[in-house]
Write a protein that binds this ligand. Structure first.
Ligand code: TXA
Ligand code: MG
Length: 339
């Protein structure tokens, strides 16, 4: 398949392809999404095929106006409306009971639907040109790091979908926060661009799913967010997160940086650690910058023959929780404790 590479001046073309039931990758403020008509099973099937994704993993549907939530969701509570008013457009996905118009193919067989309004002019314009919401998982091949720049999407999707729209680099860099709002009970299923503290300031205390920082034991736990059960975000080389006293971590990473075919991910502040396979993800205290850079760092090693990657263990504060959640999955929960 020929994949059209479109600029900001070709948004009508992108919408035209979507209206013809094609799959088009579009930028959002979080990561690029692989978009198609969320209300048609055939379109959703094409997304799963392009991504190579198991089809029980439900998709988020993207809308361009807040009011559209009532077309697809049942029982939207006042508290949920407060969250929409505060964070939409923006990186918060809310889960509601679904209306019949949303096909089970889109929700992975669930009676609930995930909805968000992205904060990206290109995405909003494309959605509003279509007369339907767009289902859009991250535009990476299933299991790989999510794409945060146009070139990432071209690398993964060229030849597999009808078009890719160039919107430059994504502002947030990690995916949206996924929050269940079913039965007016709020449960954080995936940390993301909006932090738990910001949500709690609006609706009071929320529950945090165990699966965020722990490996799921599928036999024991009912999987409420099916996305959490797959190995995710993984680079080609084996990734290890190194935790412990900072001096020890720096010493360990410095030693490893001298090893052949070994990659290092660390903070800008660690000026002693250098080398062609050392990637810096921002200052230790600058968690937003780390979120912006993390997926691109994981992808950079795929272009080289790197067998092992050692990374700092990210902070769990604020948006850091989202970075830590992605890194633990990318590492398959391999953590080296230096004590
Ligand atoms: O920032 C984002 O959310 C990006 C951009 C493109 O919008 N999209 C994204 O989609 O990350 P995806 O498909 O890669 O991740 C969707 C997550 C998965 O963890 C999935 O299990 C969860 O949302 N999810 C979707 N619908 C759900 C539902 N009805 N119940 C529980 N979890 C749901
Ligand atoms: Mg994804």
């Amino acid at each position: 398949m020929e994949t059209l590479l479109l600029g900001r001046d070709s948004l009508s073309k992108a919408a035209e392809l979507l209206i013809k039931d094609e799959v088009v990758a579009i930028p959002t403020e979080t990561v690029y999404g692989l978009a198609a008509n969320a209300l048609k099973e055939d379109c959703v099937r094409k997304i799963y095929e392009a991504k190579g994704r198991p089809s029980d993993n439900p998709l988020i549907i993207h809308i361009s106006k807040k009011e559209d939530v009532y077309l697809y969701a049942k029982e939207v509570s006042e508290k949920a409306e407060k969250l929409m008013d505060k964070f939409w457009p923006g990186p918060l996905t809310l889960i509601f009971k679904k209306k019949d118009i949303v096909p089970y193919k889109t929700t992975g067989g669930l009676d609930t639907v995930a909805i968000r309004m992205p904060k990206n002019e290109i995405a909003l314009e494309i959605i509003s040109k279509c007369n339907f919401p767009l289902a859009a998982p991250s535009a990476n091949i299933s299991g790989k790091p999510s794409p945060t720049s146009f070139s990432h999407v071209v690398f993964d999707m060229e030849g597999k979908i009808s078009a890719i729209v160039d919107g430059g680099d994504c502002n947030v860099g990690v995916e949206s926060t996924v929050l269940s709002a079913v039965d007016d009970e709020f449960i954080l299923l995936r940390p993301g661009g909006v932090t738990p503290k910001e949500i709690e300031e609006v609706v009071g205390e929320i529950k945090i799913s165990q699966s965020i920082l722990n490996e799921l034991d599928e036999k024991k736990e009912k999987v409420i967010s099916p996305g959490m059960k797959y190995k995710h975000y993984a680079p080609n080389g084996n990734l290890y997160l190194v935790s412990g006293e900072e001096e020890k971590v720096i010493g360990f990473l410095k030693e490893k940086s001298k090893t052949h075919k070994t990659g290092i991910i660390c903070y800008d502040d660690y000026s002693d650690i250098k080398g062609e396979n050392v990637i810096k993800i921002g200052e230790k205290e600058d968690l937003s910058n780390q979120a912006k850079k993390i997926f691109s760092a994981l992808r950079k090693f795929d272009n080289k023959e790197i067998r092992e990657i050692y990374s700092v263990y990210p902070s769990s504060e604020g948006i850091g929780l989202a970075v830590l959640n992605r890194m633990l999955r990318a590492a398959g929960f391999n953590v080296i404790e230096l004590g």
